[in-house]
Ligand binder design. Structure first.
Ligand SMILES: Nc1ncnc2c1ncn2[C@@H]1O[C@H](COP(=O)(O)OP(=O)(O)OP(=O)(O)O)[C@@H](O)[C@H]1O
Ligand SMILES: [Mg+2]
Length: 496
């Protein structure tokens, strides 16, 4: 790619970017949220027409790139936002863009299709029935399907835009093995990730983007982590984790769960407390119940057959979002796109959404104090460093990480009694992470109780006052601040 420029109204997403991919290499593409990574990839995929620049494949210039010609040229993409068709089943999604098998010339041979897709999935070590509809799958499973789609008919170039943010450690390792075996067969890979340790593990070269410009391309061997971060941030980065006093005094309990058992058996006899001014981590391996518990407090997912939840000492039966918000709970859901945002609405509208009444002139007319809402939104955007044209921009046009920040802004504005964060830093760049950890601590210092649910042991150790570990729905360990380390957390998760 030579001199690639892509301009959106109010934003130069990519400016004169040169990028080259060698045969058989894994080339990482990194940069902060909004740096232009996904845009560059979408230009390559023929989704966005470029405003300037040239693209060559094996030396041949490519003029009119569309998603179809890109596919024909042997390029396969796993986009950041998945782009699966939810109403289609797994097999249909996977063959999308490739010819269906036919019988008698014009009838789709479903049996053969399902068998073929089944064998592709099996090769990838994925056990999902090809006939299941995509919308019934978990997020991690949907990622597996997206990966299978990209690998269904082998291309010469595979582009992955943050494929691992929703995967477990084990799945990540499997994916890496897979990628390496494809590379051994001659595929070249462009790999985007905010997990920089993955860059060092997987890639041979790395290209850094900042504010739509290319900073550099370099061999991974000739650079270390802090240097890479410095290139991304454009200066020395702030400290990632805040300083936390040991044995800080906390207030009275905000959340108390008392011997909770869910009907589906994913949570068993779970008792825990979160106090005012306290950040409590909750973790486990995939399916251990931590993510499920977070959502259940908002009345989503698990229902309880016994036990009870108290909020500020009063019984609370999680029924739904309105209920939860009314009782002072905020939730940053793991799946921001489908559960945390309304893409067609503007940034300011999303930010005030959980706080609407506060911005109404009076409840009868339902007219919103637009100027005030806008000002508040702008302030949140500034403190979270949300990269956007302005508060009037529709959320769907923001980069992935910036969308996540909008979800956070919504709850920071409201100052909930209890803030439940479910994997809040997925897809978030390093400096925004530091920002978020700082904000979480500040919210706790101001009196909120925080339940920090995450699968990243590192960040739990960095941000929590204590961490609770679940295994198969049961609470199996509690680690206090002075003993906290990523190592300790991982050991407890695995039962070591
Ligand atoms: N369709 C669009 N319309 C308007 N602006 C857009 C559009 N797509 C991207 N942008 C803007 O272009 C810039 C680059 O976005 P891009 O999605 O490429 O970032 P990114 O590097 O992938 O970030 P992240 O790590 O958060 O995914 C951002 O400021 C974003 O708001
Ligand atoms: Mg992106």
């Amino acid at each position: 790619m030579k001199g690639i420029t892509k301009v959106f109204p109010g934003t130069v997403a990519c400016e004169a970017i040169d990028f080259d991919l060698r045969a058989g290499e894994i080339h990482a593409l990194v940069g902060q949220n909004g740096a232009g990574k996904s845009t560059l990839i979408r230009v390559l995929a023929g989704i966005y027409p470029r405003d300037a620049g040239e693209i060559f494949i094996e030396g041949e210039p490519v003029e009119h790139l569309t998603p179809w010609t890109a596919h024909d040229l042997g390029m396969r993409f796993i986009h950041q936002e998945l782009n699966l068709v939810p109403q289609f089943n797994v097999a249909e999604n996977i063959v999308l863009g490739d010819p269906y098998p036919f019988r008698f010339g014009r009838l789709i041979d479903w049996r053969r299709l399902n068998r073929h897709v089944g064998s592709v999935l099996a090769d990838l070590g994925i056990s999902i029935d090809p006939r299941r509809s995509v919308q019934s799958l978990s997020v991690a499973e949907q990622w597996m399907v997206a990966i299978a789609r990209a690998l269904y008919s082998r291309g010469r170039v595979l582009v992955m835009d943050e494929p691992t943010s929703s995967l477990t450690r084990e799945d990540v390792q499997e994916l890496f093995d897979l990628v390496r075996s494809l590379v051994a067969k001659g595929t070249s890979v462009i790999y985007i990730s905010h997990r920089l340790e993955e860059v060092f593990e997987l890639a041979q070269r790395v290209t850094v983007l900042r504010d739509g410009h290319k900073v550099t391309t370099t061999d991974v061997d000739s650079i270390d982590l802090s240097e890479l971060v410095r290139l991304m941030v454009g200066g020395s980065p702030q400290k990632l984790y805040p300083t936390i006093e040991e044995d800080r005094s906390v207030g009275k309990p905000v959340l108390q769960a008392d011997e909770l058992t869910s009907i589906d058996g994913r949570l068993v006899d779970l008792s825990l407390e979160v106090h005012e001014r306290e950040v409590v981590g909750l973790t486990g391996l995939l399916g251990a119940g931590h993510n499920e518990f977070a959502d259940s407090l908002f009345g989503v997912g698990a229902q309880f057959s016994s036990g009870q939840v108290l909020l500020d000492g009063k019984p609370y039966e999680p029924r739904g979002a309105r209920d939860a918000i009314g009782r002072g709970i905020g939730l940053v859901p793991a799946e921001r796109r489908s559960q945390g945002l309304i893409g067609e609405m503007r940034i300011w509208e999303n930010i005030i959404l959980a706080h609407l009444r506060h911005f109404l002139i009076d409840p009868i007319t339902q007219i919103i104090r637009h100027r005030e809402a806008n000002r508040e939104a702008l302030e949140q955007m500034r403190s979270l460093r949300i990269v956007a044209v302005g508060p009037e921009q529709e959320v769907r046009y923001l980069s992935g990480g910036n969308q996540q920040k909008v979800v956070l802004a919504k709850w920071l504005l409201r100052r909930p009694r209890l803030l439940v964060l479910n994997e809040p830093t997925r897809g978030i760049d390093v400096s925004a992470k530091a920002e978020i950890y700082g904000l979480v601590r500040r919210l706790a210092d101001e009196g909120s109780g925080i339940l920090f649910v995450s699968t990243e042991a590192e960040e739990l150790a960095g941000v929590c006052d204590r961490v609770l570990i679940l295994r198969q729905g049961r609470l199996v360990a509690e680690i206090p601040r002075r003993e906290l380390s990523a190592q300790r957390i991982m050991e407890a998760c695995y039962g070591g």
